[in-house]
Design a protein around this ligand. Structure first.
Ligand code: CA
Ligand code: CA
Length: 146
């Protein structure tokens, strides 16, 4: 379990992309997942970097959320844009992180990501309900690094 390609099967990836699509039907927030092997930076710092690399700071309401996973490091982080951070309490993502961590500990990465995405969508809904003219501002596809 050290290669990004071995982390999730094709079917698992599709299930995750579908979870993002469904989560985004309830909120204007935009959720993305980035998976890579390892990073020299702490997970959250790297997540912030990837967030900008992916242009996730370009949403209209500044409400993009990145779920970042470093497979080999067994580390992950959740990073939201300014629009979210300005509104929510500082422990906003704790419950989502706990759900993910409990699945990851058991090696259940697919379910950890799906439940994390679902929970993140529910959390976002309170502050960023879906808008009538909603657009898919950021791709739902999983982004993969080295
Ligand atoms: Ca959207
Ligand atoms: Ca999207």
């Amino acid at each position: 379990m050290s290669k990004v390609e071995d982390f999730l099967t094709q079917a698992e990836e599709q299930a995750i992309v579908e979870a993002i699509r469904v989560a985004e039907t309830a909120t204007s927030g935009e959720i993305r997942v980035h998976i890579e092997k390892s990073s020299e930076l702490p997970a959250y710092d790297r997540a912030l970097e990837v967030f900008h690399l992916l242009g996730m700071d370009q949403t209209q309401l500044k409400n993009g959320v990145l779920i970042y996973v470093a497979v080999k490091d067994r580390a992950f982080a959740i990073c939201g844009d300014k629009g979210i951070n300005d509104l929510v309490p500082t422990d906003f993502w704790e419950s989502t992180k706990e759900i993910m961590a409990s699945h990851f500990k058991n090696g259940n990465f697919k379910q950890g990501l799906i439940d994390g995405i679902t929970k993140a969508g529910e959390q976002l809904k309170t502050y960023f309900p879906c808008q009538e003219d909603d657009q898919d501002e950021l791709s739902n596809e999983i982004s993969k690094g080295e």
